[in-house]
Design a protein around this ligand. Sequence first.
Ligand code: ADP
Ligand code: MG
Length: 411
Amino acid sequence: MKFEKFHIQPEIIRSLKKLNFKKPTDIQYKAIPAILKGEDVMAIAQTGTGKTAAFAIPIIDMIQEKKSSKRSEGLRCVVMVPTHELAIQIKEVFEEIGQHTHVKTFAIFGGVEQDRQIQKLQAGLDVLIATPGRLFDLVSQKHLDLRKVEMLVLDEADHMLDLGFYKDIQDLLRFLPRKRQTLFFSATINEKIKKLAYSLVKNAIRIQISPKNPVAKNIDHALIYVEMDEKRFVLERILREHEKSKMLVFVRTKVRAERVMKAMDRVGIKALTLHGDKDQKDRMAVMRTFQKGEIRLLIATDVSARGIDISGIAYVINYDLPEQAENYVHRVGRTGRGREKGQALSFCSEHEKELLLKIEDFLGHRIKVLEYGEEDQLVTKDMSLDATQDWRAVMQEIEQEDKKRKKRKKR
Ligand code: ADP
Ligand code: MG
């Protein structure tokens, strides 16, 4: 099937051609007609399957149609997202798809000055992509009027309705018209959140693509059992064995991110880190450097696990297993985007086995285990350029050799 079949504006078809989107993905095929009809939609589809365009295409189409008959004015659509990075990325998708239309999109988020954002808001906008906190601030200070909003999208919906964001969202809903179209998009969802989402809308249609396995099918994912103090050597080995690949490594904490970066630096491998301690400017700079491929290794905490679409990440490593089971899906989902294939490998140490069970429970199946025995461990250590590795053992070995030699001489 072709995009033309949706009867969307020719300006949009033109930009989809430019983007080289030949045909709709499954989720686009199912969600676009329902959204165009004005339905509330809850769409659950795996990572990297084109959910952004699944809502951006019909939204741009509806706004463009009304704009050309001059029936519309004021902010029409709000897309809520969890992070600054995702806000910018989604704004870019709207701009690309809407490049031949009159639809104007802007993104706002916390951590940067408000004033420049406020100026932009006054310039007249159709679509606003926002993180909830900053959106709430601007609305409550009356810099922004949401009364004409007709469409509300929650991307990464399960996360947006979870504890950290739910209150902000609740507060914001008071400023939005009751009569509106609400769209939920995510790769993961649980029963509790699903109920909560349905309570916010009327008769939402549920569209779900391959619910059985939340991990996208073009991701080959596996795990190895490896102890904590061995992890850095294994990572170093993988990096040496895949010298050209872009890799994203997830760790549990900011401190560990910095530590792993230093360990890699000691063996001559340059890496960047991304975590909540960095300010927004730094985070953006890191993303750009990694995106361009100037540095091929990014060590991150879960802050950037959701939604980010960087092409060419060949490998995701879970250096530490995620504490939130669904984050496994979001982390490995940074590879295998669109039609690309991807690989993911998780390191599981003895005391992460409980986390592993929780993850497997969430996935509904076991994760493939790759054999990693004593011999592999030796090879791994052999390959390491880390001079400090196990120097005590090395010293002992030398001492023992010395003693043996002396004994032999005496005889
Ligand atoms: P999701 O939100 O489902 O994780 P994204 O919306 O970020 O996925 O899209 C993943 C990738 O797929 C993007 O790089 C996007 O450009 C690409 N993509 C989306 N729709 C199509 C399509 N119809 N044909 C080809 N590529 C597409
Ligand atoms: Mg997405």
